[in-house]
Design a protein around this ligand. Sequence first.
Ligand code: AMP
Length: 201
Amino acid sequence: MDIFASRITTMINLVLFGKPGAGKGTQAAFLKEHFGLFHISTGDLFRHHIKNGTPLGKMAQSYMDKGDLVPDQVTIDMLENAVDENPEAKGFIFDGFPRTTAQAEALDTFLATKEMTITGTIALEAPDEMLIERLLERGKDSGRADDQDTEKIKNRFEEYSTKTAPLRAYYQGQNKFYQIDGVGDITAITQRLITCIQGLL
Ligand code: AMP
């Protein structure tokens, strides 16, 4: 193979897809260790900005508190900065991004400028009642306002159904969409993900 072959052949770039509470953050923490990838969670980045009282954090908070999505362009800019800050990464796990078609298209365009591409988009699936239970439980420990209120959780699901669910077809159209059963033991789910990802390499 040409030693100057593009990074497309060597990098693993994963999108972890799924409703709030599906386990994306939990599983990303294991996968990043296993595959040596850099984990970017846009939710975590926004919460970091909020904690530090930045203008971006203040703006994002007004949306997050209601369970609405933050506008595309600021989210895309923040994500691109996070990728740019890690030029040595062997690959990335995108967790909670993209969440709209505009974000998915922007991500493809941005990665292409770096001779990178999405390797696969993996959806963690679990029934809504289980997700709501998990979120309320998490809210007790994390103190996250958006996890503590059933109305806010319902709004987040609504945002998912109207704006994020169409990405399933977007990635299916690229033959990059995979579904994993997100119910059961955390380690069993990690193993399912690892098997799926190994099949992509
Ligand atoms: P998460 O931690 O992924 O559940 O995200 C928490 C909140 O952050 C979401 O409900 C949104 O308000 C905001 N957020 C996170 N990622 C995105 C994104 N890709 N696009 C828009 N808003 C986002």
